[in-house]
Design a protein around this ligand. Structure first.
Ligand SMILES: CC(C)(COP(=O)(O)OP(=O)(O)OC[C@H]1O[C@@H](n2cnc3c(N)ncnc32)[C@H](O)[C@@H]1OP(=O)(O)O)[C@@H](O)C(=O)NCCC(=O)NCCS
Length: 158
C-alpha cells in the first residue's frame, strides 16, 4: 500500500524485525512513560487479530515507523498506534498517513487516543482535524489519562 504522492508506503509487520521494533518503541514517548516493555509490543505486533492491521511505514525503503489500525471500530477505524522514529518526525509524514487513512477507509469517523501528557501529539491531531470527545482515566496506567479524539468526515450521501 502507498499514498498517492508516494511519500510513504506501508508493509505488514514481519516477525523477523518485531523484536528490534519493540525495543525502539519502548524507548520512545509516550510508551516510555507508560511503562511499556518489549514483550508487550512483541505480543501486540504479532498476535492474531483479524480486526487489527499492523504495518511498518517505509520511506525510501527505510523503516520509518509503525502504524496500526483497528477496523471496524466505531463507524470508522481507530488509529491504535502511530509512531515515527527519530529523523522522520516533523516533516508532514504523520499528517500524510492520517489523511491517507481517511481516504482509504472512506469512513465518517477516525478515532485515536492520546496520552494527556503527550502535548505534541495532541497538537498534531488537533491540527489534523481531531477533537476531544472523552477523557479516559486509568486506561493504560493507573493515575494517567488518555484522551479519546475523533475526526468527523462529512461525506456526500451516496
Ligand atoms: C505524533 C507523530 C505521529 C506526528 O507525525 P509527524 O510526521 O511528526 O507530524 P507532522 O510532521 O505531520 O506534523 C508535525 C507536528 O506534529 C507534532 N509532533 C508531535 N510529536 C512530534 C515530535 N516528536 N517531533 C516533531 N513534531 C512532533 C508537532 O507538534 C508538529 O506540529 P507543528 O507543525 O505545529 O510544529 C510523530 O511525531 C510521532 O511519532 N511522535 C512520537 C510518538 C507519538 O507521540 N505518537 C502518537 C501517539 S498517540
Amino acid at each position: 500500500m502507498s499514498d498517492g504522492e508516494q511519500r510513504f508506503s506501508l508493509s505488514p509487520v514481519r516477525g523477523e524485525y518485531v523484536s528490534a521494533l519493540s525495543i525502539l518503541l519502548c524507548s520512545m514517548e509516550p510508551w516510555l512513560t507508560l511503562g511499556y516493555t518489549p514483550e508487550v509490543f512483541e505480543f501486540y505486533l504479532l498476535h492474531s487479530d483479524p480486526t487489527l492491521t499492523r504495518n511498518v511505514v517505509l520511506i525510501s525503503g527505510e523503516v520509518a515507523g509503525v502504524v496500526s489500525l483497528r477496523n471496524p471500530w466505531l463507524f470508522g477505524p481507530l488509529i491504535e498506534l502511530l509512531a515515527l522514529f527519530e529523523g522522520f518526525r516533523g516533516q508532514g509524514i504523520g499528517r500524510s498517513i492520517v489523511d491517507w487513512i481517511g481516504e482509504r477507509y472512506q469512513a465518517n469517523n477516525l478515532w485515536v487516543t492520546v496520552s494527556s501528557f503527550n502535548l505534541r501529539a495532541q497538537r498534531f491531531y488537533e491540527r489534523a482535524g481531531f477533537q476531544k470527545t472523552a477523557i479516559l482515566e486509568d486506561l493504560i496506567k493507573q493515575g494517567w489519562e488518555e484522551i479519546l479524539l475523533r475526526k468527523q468526515i462529512r461525506r456526500q450521501e451516496r
